[in-house]
Design a protein around this ligand. Sequence first.
Ligand code: R5P
Length: 300
Amino acid sequence: MPDIDDVQDGKQYHVGVPMEAKAFFLKGSNSLDWGIKNRLARIFSPTTGRTVMLAVDHGYFQGPTTGLERIDLNIVPLVPYADALMITRGALRTSIPPEMQKPVVLRCSGGQSMLKELSNELVAVDIQDALRLNAAAMAVQVYIGGEHEHQSVGNLVKVVDAGNQYGIATLAVTGVGKELVRDSRYLGLATRICAEMGAHFVKTYYCESGFSRVAAACPVPVLIAGGKKLPELDALRMAYRAVDEGAAGVDMGRNVFQCEAPMAMLQAVRAVVHEKEKPEKAYELFLSLKNQDAFAAQRS
Ligand code: R5P
């Protein structure tokens, strides 16, 4: 029972010290509510403003992708080196221990396979299930210029509306069909539409020319996907250029989990993204860590 006889007048009012009204550190996010900002601050480092997300959701349309055959064995040991994990609910529930402390970016669109038209997606997770899974954000693929463009933008809108009710952020992922060119004009169009439709952050691809304009014209943070497996130094160079030209980090999959030393690679990517380490230096770090990487030993 509260002891009301012991209630004393406080003295530490700091009268004359105005309470600070700090702007939230992430681009375009200042007007959001506390819960969604808190979730975003778990995904993005409040120190650097950037993130290294590990994307392992590829199975949602392409099945047991190389490197993701066993998420319980191949991915769980990598999670401590990532800032956030992008994953489907099926893989999360079955293969990731709930003791994991990293924020989950839950893949919430799907419904097609690589055997059919990729843009033919629907919202594949209910907001209640995203809440049960303690998702920090929900991810939706958007196919601007794709056969089912309208439907995919509709999926984004539905997920943003549901997430806004509960303070869960939405990541829009710009999907590019085979027929579309990944140049700055296209990526600028796709990322801007996603932000205007309410996405809280957007994942797209890096382009050699004009990426800084893509990032500048998108009013929310932009991340890059890694894309197909590249030689490690090339992947680190791409991440460096992207961050240098305005990306708020990476959401990288194959260039990490298909690397022969994925733990070493993830740490090298972190050095580039969070410390702006030059790619050549980060590659040296990769080589030095490679020898200690348990996966590299297994795979050699
Ligand atoms: C693709 O559909 C998935 O959303 C992946 O998460 C994304 O492409 C990033 O993975 P990667 O770096 O392998 O391209």
